[in-house]
Ligand binder design. Sequence first.
Ligand code: MN
Ligand code: MN
Length: 324
Amino acid sequence: MSSPAPWPQPMDGIVTPRFAGPVTFMRLPQVEDTSSLDIALLGVPFDLGTTNRAGARHGPREIRNMSAIIRRVHPATGMEPCRLCRVADAGDTPTNPADLMQSLEMIEQRVAEIRNHGTWTLALGGDHLISLPILRGIARATPGFTPLGMVHFDAHSDTTDSYFGGMRYTHGTPFRRAIEEGLLDPKRVVQIGIRGSLYSPEDMDWAASVGVRIIKIEEFESLGVEATIAEARRVVGDAPAYLTFDVDSLDPAFAPGTGTPEIGGLTPREAQRMLRGLRGLHLVGADVVEVAPPFDQSGGTALIGANMMFEILCLMAEARTAKR
Ligand code: MN
Ligand code: MN
């Protein structure tokens, strides 16, 4: 039995049944003041960027609900992220479900407020557009900010210029904007699992032209998990980086509860192996997005979301500790 941790821990499922207690991530304490935290788990209940089936606004609550099943210790590494670092659930960012642009400002503001104290965020989406205001918030609150690298799991590149006659802010555009705004260094961005059918043959030309490394599902299959990890690590390097995990990177057989499902995707096991292969990267922020509970009849997609959050929390906790 390990000694008591010096700060609050997730509620222990061997003491209090896992179906009881508050609905926070891993049943951690919920806090408003994040200034003493290393990592804040932050819900972003927003899906106004969705271009097809909406519903990801309900993601944070269901991911929290399913996260009650997660125990404290990582099964493969033995890591206890909530002992390594001060972690708590910071609740949800404000949003305005009737105003996309105002919501982006509200999300950015909350992330910057948290970041001003040096606290990192691991966000629960929400649709993929949330990554843009999160990256803006990180940049705004980071003195001497330089563009981040990024590991991006997705069926889609999300680098389209605009939709519906000039709408530049949807869940299909966040990384085009983030690169244009100097939030990401495209030459340190790697996308894994890309496979959805396209609007035009040129859809990914822009991303490729600025240096984004796109690993389509066919290339992933021929490389295999280990070589894909090696390539991702080569692209991103040792400098600060962001990690974004779109649950539609997984096959809809496993993760049907999402707005833009694409067949022929990753298995949860492949995703776990790849995430575990990213240990040691300098990850300073992350999100899990596109869990859409209205399409998630079994709750299995939210369960995957919660487990990917835990994998990423372990990576960030280790990165944070290495920084001390
Ligand atoms: Mn996406
Ligand atoms: Mn996607």
